[in-house]
Design a protein around this ligand. Structure first.
Ligand code: NAP
Length: 283
C-alpha cells in the first residue's frame, strides 16, 4: 500500500492521479491534515486518512498497512524539520519499507533559505535507516506563471533573478516522477536532482508572455532589497514570505535553480512541460 501526505494539496492531488494510472487505486491512501479536506481525496476515488504532522499519533494510525510512503514536504516553513521528524518516526514505528521525500534542488549545497529544512530532513531520513528516495524538486514553473495575468495587465514581470537560468518544471512533472519512483523498482537509496529541460531567464519568461498575449511585457530586474520592498508594499505579501521569495530569486540569479541534467525527463520518460505550455495554461 502506498500513502501520500499532503494529498489534498496541489502536488498531492496530481501524485494521486499519476498513481491511479499506474497501480490499483485500492492500494493508494491519501493522508490529509484536516478532515474537511478529505473529500478532495475521496472524490478522486482514493481512500483518505487523517494525519496531522503536529499530532504524531494520527500519522502513526494513518500508516497502518502502508509499505511505501511519499512525504510531501510541509507547507509550514519554519516548522518543517520537526513536522517531518514526526512523520519519519511514525514511518519507522509502522514498518514503512520505502520513504520517498520531496526535497529541493541540490538541497545539500543550495544557498537558498528554503534549503535548510530540506537538508535537515534528508539527514533525519538517513539517520532513521529507512530505505529512502530523495526527490530534489526544482522550482515549480507555476511559481512564476501564476503571475502571468498580472504581468499582462501591468506590462511587467518584476523579480531579482537577473540573468539566472531557471530550469523549472510543472507540478504535473514532479508528480509523475514521484509516481514512477513509488511504482517501479530500483530507486531505493537514490537522490534525484529534478528540474525542467529548458533553461530560461525571467526576461525570456516576460517575452513569452508578451508573445502569447500580444501585449507588451518586459522584465524589470531589481536588487534583492528593492524586490523585497516591492513584494511587501505593492504585492502585499507578509514580510517572512516576501523574504523567502526575495532570497530565492537572488539565489536563482547565481544559478541556484539551474540544472541541465534532464534527470526529470529521463525519469518520467517524456519531456518536461515547456514554459510556453505552462504560460498558455495560466493565461
Ligand atoms: N519546488 C517549489 O517550487 C515549491 C513551491 C511551493 C511549495 N513547495 C513545497 O512543496 C510542497 C508541495 O507543494 P504544493 O504546491 O502541493 O503545496 P500545497 O498545495 O500548499 O500543499 C501542501 C500540503 O501540505 C499539507 N500540510 C501542511 N501542514 C501540514 C500538517 N501539519 N500536517 C499534515 N499536512 C500538512 C497541507 O495541508 P492543508 O491543506 O491542510 O494545509 C497540504 O495538503 C509544499 O508543501 C512545499 O513544501 C515547493
Amino acid at each position: 500500500m502506498i500513502a501520500v501526505t499532503g494529498a489534498n494539496g496541489q502536488l498531492g492531488q496530481l501524485v494521486l492521479k499519476a498513481l491511479q494510472a499506474k497501480t490499483p487505486e485500492e492500494t493508494i491512501v491519501g493522508l490529509v491534515r484536516q478532515q474537511k479536506n478529505e473529500e478532495v481525496v475521496t472524490s478522486l476515488g482514493v481512500e483518505a486518512r487523517h494525519a496531522d504532522y503536529n499530532q504524531p499519533a494520527t500519522v502513526r494510525d494513518a500508516l497502518i498497512g502502508v509499505t511505501k510512503l511519499l512525504l510531501i514536504s510541509s507547507s509550514e516553513v519554519g516548522s518543517r524539520a520537526s513536522q517531518h521528524k514526526a512523520v519519519i518516526n511514525a514511518a519507522k514505528d509502522s514498518g514503512v519499507e520505502l520513504l520517498v521525500y520531496t526535497s529541493l534542488l541540490r538541497a545539500d549545497t543550495s544557498p537558498m533559505i528554503l534549503a535548510q529544512e530540506h537538508k535537515e530532513t534528508e539527514q533525519m531520513i538517513k539517520d532513521s535507516g529507512i530505505q529512502a528516495v530523495i526527490l530534489r524538486n526544482g522550482w515549480y514553473t507555476e511559481n512564476y506563471t501564476q503571475g502571468a495575468a498580472t504581468a499582462v495587465a501591468t506590462g511587467a514581470v518584476v523579480g531579482a533573478a537577473g540573468e539566472g537560468r531557471l530550469n523549472t518544471a510543472s507540478r504535473v512533472d514532479y508528480a509523475e516522477a514521484a509516481a514512477v519512483v513509488l511504482t517501479t523498482q530500483g530507486h531505493a537509496g537514490k537522490t534525484y536532482e529534478l528540474a525542467g529541460d529548458e533553461a530560461y531567464t525571467l526576461a525570456d519568461f516576460a517575452a513569452e508572455i508578451a508573445r502569447q498575449s500580444g501585449k507588451p511585457v518586459q522584465y524589470q530586474n531589481q536588487s534583492k532589497e528593492s524586490y523585497l520592498e516591492f513584494l511587501t508594499t505593492v504585492a502585499g505579501l507578509p514580510q517572512p514570505f516576501a523574504e523567502i521569495l526575495a532570497d530565492s530569486d537572488a539565489c536563482a540569479a547565481e544559478g541556484a535553480l539551474a540544472d541541465s541534467s534532464k534527470t526529470l525527463s529521463k525519469l518520467i520518460d517524456r519531456p518536461a512541460t515547456s514554459l510556453a505550455e505552462s504560460i498558455s495554461a495560466s493565461l
